[in-house]
Design a protein around this ligand. Sequence first.
Ligand SMILES: [Zn+2]
Length: 388
Amino acid sequence: MTLAPPHGPQRELRPLLAPPAEIEERLARAASLVSVQMSSREASDLVMLGIGAFTPLEGFMGKADWQSVCEHMQLRDGTFWPIPITLSVEQAVAERISIGQEVSLCGPGDLIMGTMVVHELYGIDKSLEATEVFRTTDSEHPGVAKLMAQGPVNLAGEVTVLSEGDYPVLYPGVYLRPEQTRSIFDSMGWETVAAFQTRNPMHRAHEYLAKVAVEVCDGVLVHQLLGQLKAGDVPAQVRVRAVDALVRNYFVPNTCVQGGYPMEMRYAGPREALLHALFRQNYGCSHLVVGRDHAGVGSYYGANDAQRIFDEIPKDALVLRPLRIEATFYCRDCDGMASVRTCPHPADSRLLVSGTELRRMLSAGEEVPAQVSRPEVLEILREFYTGG
Ligand SMILES: [Zn+2]
C-alpha cells in the first residue's frame, strides 16, 4: 500500500488502547489505584495516544524527551517531535506516588480513562517550554496560560488507554481512528490525501482551499477538531452538521471524507502546525493544507510563520508535505474565488467577512451574501445563533 507511513522509525501505527476483551477487568483493577485527575488537554492527549494518532509515543514524556522536544524538536532517540506531550499533577498528589507505581488516569467527571506505570516524576522550567514552544511567556496567550496553571510535577510513563471518552458516542461516523481513515482511503483507492484542518464552520473561502487540495491530491480529509475550544467558538456538534451539509452538497463524493480528532488546541502557531502535520501522517495523509496563521491566536505569530517552519526542520523529519495556500476570498472583479496569489485587484474588490461580523449578522437575522457562505451552512448556523 502506498499511503504515507505512520510517523517514527517503525512506520507502524502504535495504538495504546487495551484490547476490548480486557477493558472491563482493567477498569475494575484501576478503581483501586491512586487516581490522577487529568486536565481536559491531558485527557484529549491520552485519547490521541490511545488511538495511535501520537504514534510512536508510548505514553507521557519524561524529562529528557521533554527537554529535547522543547529545544530541538526531537525525542531523545532522534525521532522528530515538535510539542511536549506531558501530564502534570499538584505536589500533594505527587507525594502519594513512587517510581514503578501504577496509577489510574481520570478524565472529566471522574471517568477512568487509562492507567500509567510511573517511571519518572520531575519538575520543568515552564518559561523554557513557553519560550521554545509558544515563542512567548505572555500569560494572556491561552496556551501559555494553561501551561502556567498546570501542576508543578510532571509524571512520565507508558500508558494503557481504557476509554475514548464521549467522542465515539457524540460524533458517530465522524470521530475516526487513524486505522479507520487509512482503511477508508485504501477503499477509495487514494494514495495522496491532503488533510484540511478546521476548528470553524467552513465557508466559501475554506471550501475553496479544500478544493484546491482536491485538484492536486487524490482526496481531501476535512479534519475537524473535536476537543475543547476557546469560549465563543461554534461548538463542535453544530460545526460537524454545518461541515456535513457543505461536504454533502458541494463535494464530489469520492474526493472528500469528513473526520474528527479529539485533540485540544494549544494555539502554538508554527510548532502546532508541525504537530498537526505529524499526526495527520499517522491518519494516512500525505499533505496538510497550511494557510495563514495556522493554529495561531491573536498577533503572537506572523501570518506565514507556520508555513515557513516546514523549511526549517530537517527534510526527513516528516513524510507529509505542507500545501501552502494564501488567504482566499471571493473577488467581485475576478467574479469568483481567488487568493492573494491569483487576484490582482484592490482590497475593496474582495468580499471579506470576519468570523465576528458573520456571527453578528446571523444573530441579527441579516442576509449573508451567498459568496461568503453556502445557504445550507448558514441555515444551521442561524438556527444555532438565534436558538431557533
Ligand atoms: Zn480579483
